[in-house]
Design a protein around this ligand. Structure first.
Ligand code: 3H9
Length: 698
């Protein structure tokens, strides 16, 4: 008997305790252990019923994702579940923590389910590019009806236990902390009542509307674009409604295997672990002592500062916001309140929570108001002079040990740190706009940043609901530095023969939520224009200037959505980009002025010229140590820039889909054709190609 599933008894109740920390994933030993335990207790004349429970923090949180793609070992999960379902003794699943995926599917094989009220159940396989492949698509609809089950499986959401009880997924909630005692008592009660062994497979499915499947396909068309799993999930639930149980199971198996072997699921499973790895810092051990963070301070109550403050209030951390003028402070707080009220109106939070969150936010006009804060983040105007003033003042008022963070998106964090007498306490926290919504947080490590500051900020990031990635000090950090490469080539292609709508369509079809020109219109074209004017880039750069079209557009006041026109025009409030003949004329005029004969540019060329330079820049970032691993770059791009998760991230895509040699050779081809040093393959890329290696093997 393995240790993965422990057997014990309480009177005539047999107890199987799963013991596979941290989340009791269904590894081969767990599957074997459950099956053997069920068979042993099932044939034991001294046992009347069996309780299956998870040891530690949770019931089974799903299949062991690391086993996918490897040769199968141990009992098949469907056989384990069938053994439970067909066991001659009543089987009760006792749930706590997060019984997810294969974990919930195992529980659905039990005859009854009890749970602590704090439990959250769900079938989140869709997030891994999969579907519940152990009967979840056949059993859940039998308990809840097809409509609810379809929504639960397509969203993959975590369902709170009280809701699961209302829907019949859970039979009873156990009050108090002692789940095992509650489950044993429940099993004893069922035995005493001579209750039937209730098999979910024997129930019939309620199909609420014959149009459910066609309507659902229509409703998810946009958000499920490029993904395979949602479409297979719909087919499975349809099979549950139309076929006998065993045939439905066969259909589920076929559709599951199709996904398991797909590139989309491989990418999404990679990404699941990448996101968790990104939170780990190679030279900062997990047990590094952290600085306590009980209060936060924000400097600047503008869009960024306000958004950052909301993250802290949402996490229950009191936050003080500093502004120079009362009027700006009032405006900032009003915006925060309006944001919360709108969320409450849409049902995203309880109305009474608006006041609770606002009560956590204290406005101040004086730096003295920040003197007790454990972490202070500045979100003021992006010039070094302004940052210098702020950090000198902070150095004077902040208590010893306070973490001083800058939200700069591009300035030198080392220089900012040098304005203080405590550069070890200074770090960058680059939030993305809107800061209360966007998940990505690039934490920027300066050369003096202390390890405990890094450890604290990485863990604080998670506490405030962000996905942190640690990056180094370089222009644009990881995300914007790579984005710039895409932007330069997109601009060149306009001059050479493409139109904004063509470039955007190629990248939209690739899976981005929008193309580079629609994105620029959304962010505001004037931002880059001002920076270019400030830098006098035309004279300074010895490479080809990329701002001609952008400058001409800005000179007409076409700053993007906010002015109703940019690279596209907009019938506001509708934000759909509409191709504009006026812009086409500007582009053609620019080509003429530059003496470029316009030519047809293929979609393949657009894809190569926008995405390959990003990968090349990623290689430079890795070689310079500005990102720890290629997976960190992928996490930045999926979370901050809408890279489609079913393509893993730019570095995974380069490694596993396109191949580094193909990228290298294409860069050389464009270099030779244009003579532009822009295309020179990064030394690291060259080296990996020579060695036949991937970024992930560094
Ligand atoms: C499935 O079930 C398919 C079936 O339908 C069909 C089969 C035929 N496997 O997230 P955390 C690791 S598909 C392996 O930091 P939290 C994780 O990598 C599966 N490892 O903790 C991390 O490792 P490390 C369906 C797993 O408290 C550690 O556990 N289930 C798995 O923030 C802690 O994780 C899911 O999709 C796994 N299944 O969140 C659930 N899960 O310490 C996926 C976790 O080395 N899991 N690990 O970095 C989750 O959503 C969250 O982990 C959970 C805990 C909510 C459970």
């Amino acid at each position: 008997m393995s240790d993965a599933v422990l057997r014990s008894t309480q009177g005539r109740i047999g107890i199987l305790t799963i013991n596979n920390p941290p989340v009791n994933a269904l590894a081969a030993a767990v599957r074997d252990g459950i099956k053997a335990g069920i068979e042993a207790f099932g044939g034991d004349a001294n046992i009347d019923a069996i309780v299956l429970i998870g040891g530690g923090r949770t019931f089974i949180a799903g299949a062991d994702i690391r086993e996918f793609g490897k040769p199968p070992q141990g009992a098949n999960l469907n056989d384990v579940i069938a053994a439970m379902e067909n066991c001659p003794k009543i089987v009760v699943a006792a749930l706590h923590g997060t019984p997810l995926g294969g974990g919930l599917e195992t529980a659905l094989g039990a005859h009854y389910r009890v749970a602590l009220p704090s439990t959250r159940v769900g079938l989140p396989e869709v997030h891994l590019g999969l579907l519940p492949g152990a009967g979840g698509t056949q059993r859940l609809p039998r308990l809840t009806g097809a409509k609810y089950a379809l929504d639960a499986i397509l969203s993959g959401r975590h369902i709170p236990a009280p809701e699961a009880k209302n829907k019949g997924i859970i039979d009873a909630l156990v009050e108090g902390d002692d789940l095992l005692a509650g489950a044993v008592a429940h099993a004893q009660m069922l035995v005493a009542q001579n209750a039937p062994r209730r098999r979910v497979r024997d129930l019939t499915v309620t199909l609420e509307s014959p149009d459910l499947f066609a309507e659902t396909e229509k409703a998810i068309a946009r958000r499920a674009r490029g993904f395979k799993a949602p479409w297979n999930i719909i087919k499975c639930v349809q099979a549950a409604c139309e076929l006998p149980f065993d045939e439905g199971m066969k259909r589920e198996r076929e559709l599951f295997v199709e996904l398991l072997t797909s590139q989309e699921s491989a990418a999404q499973r990679y990404y699941f672990f990448a996101e968790r790895e990104a939170a780990k810092v190679l030279d900062v051990p997990a047990d590094t002592p952290q600085r306590p963070i009980k209060t936060a301070g924000i400097i600047g109550a503008g869009t960024m500062g306000g958004g950052i403050a909301m993250n802290f209030a949402n996490a229950g951390i009191p936050v003080t916001i500093l502004e120079a003028q009362q009027e700006a402070l009032d405006r900032g707080l009003k915006t925060i309140r309006t944001n919360y009220e709108n969320t409450a109106k849409r049902g995203g939070m309880k109305a009474e929570d608006v006041e609770k969150r606002m009560a956590l936010i204290t406005p101040t006009l004086s730096y003295d108001g920040l003197k007790d804060c454990d972490v202070i983040i500045e979100a003021v105007f992006e010039t070094m002079e302004v940052k210098e003033g702020v950090f000198k003042k902070l150095d004077a008022v902040a208590k010893p040990g306070a973490i001083l963070a800058t939200n700069t998106s591009g300035l030198d964090v080392n220089q900012i740190a040098s304005y203080t007498n405590r550069p070890g306490d200074v770090i960058g926290m680059h939030f993305f706009s809107p800061a209360n919504v966007m998940k990505l947080l690039e934490n920027v490590r300066g050369k003096a940043t202390e390890k405990d500051v890094i450890a604290t900020v990485m863990s604080l990031s998670k506490k405030i609901g962000k996905i942190p990635v640690l990056v180094g000090v370089c222009e644009g950090f990881v995300g914007n530095r790579m984005l710039r490469m895409r932007g330069i080539q997109s601009a060149y292609m306009l001059e050479e023969g493409a139109l904004p709508q063509q470039v955007d369509k190629v990248l939209y079809d690739f899976g981005f939520p929008m193309g580079p020109f629609a994105m620029s219109d959304l962010a505001g074209n004037d931002v880059g224009w001002r920076i270019r004017q400030g830098k006098n880039e035309k004279e300074k750069r010895n490479v080809r200037y990329s701002g001609y079209v952008a400058d001409a557009i800005c000179e007409l006041g076409r700053f993007g959505q906010k002015t109703g026109s940019g690279y596209f025009k907009y019938n506001l409030p509708d934000r759909t980009p509409i191709p504009d003949p006026e812009v086409e004329a500007i582009i053609e005029e620019t080509s003429k002025k530059l003496g470029i004969t316009r030519r047809a540019i293929s979609d393949q060329e657009i894809l190569e010229r926008t995405l390959y330079p990003m990968v090349n820049e990623g290689a430079k970032i890795l070689a310079e140590g500005m990102a720890q691993r290629s997976l960190d770059i992928d996490v930045v791009w999926v979370n901050g820039y809408g890279w489609p998760v079913y393509r893993g991230g730019p570095m995974w895509w380069a490694d596993n889909v396109v191949g580094l040699k193909t990228i290298h050779d294409a860069l050389m081809k464009y270099r030779d054709a244009s003579g532009d040093p822009f295309w020179e393959p990064a030394p690291l890329l060259k080296k990996l190609v020579q060695e036949g290696k991937k970024f992930s093997q560094l």
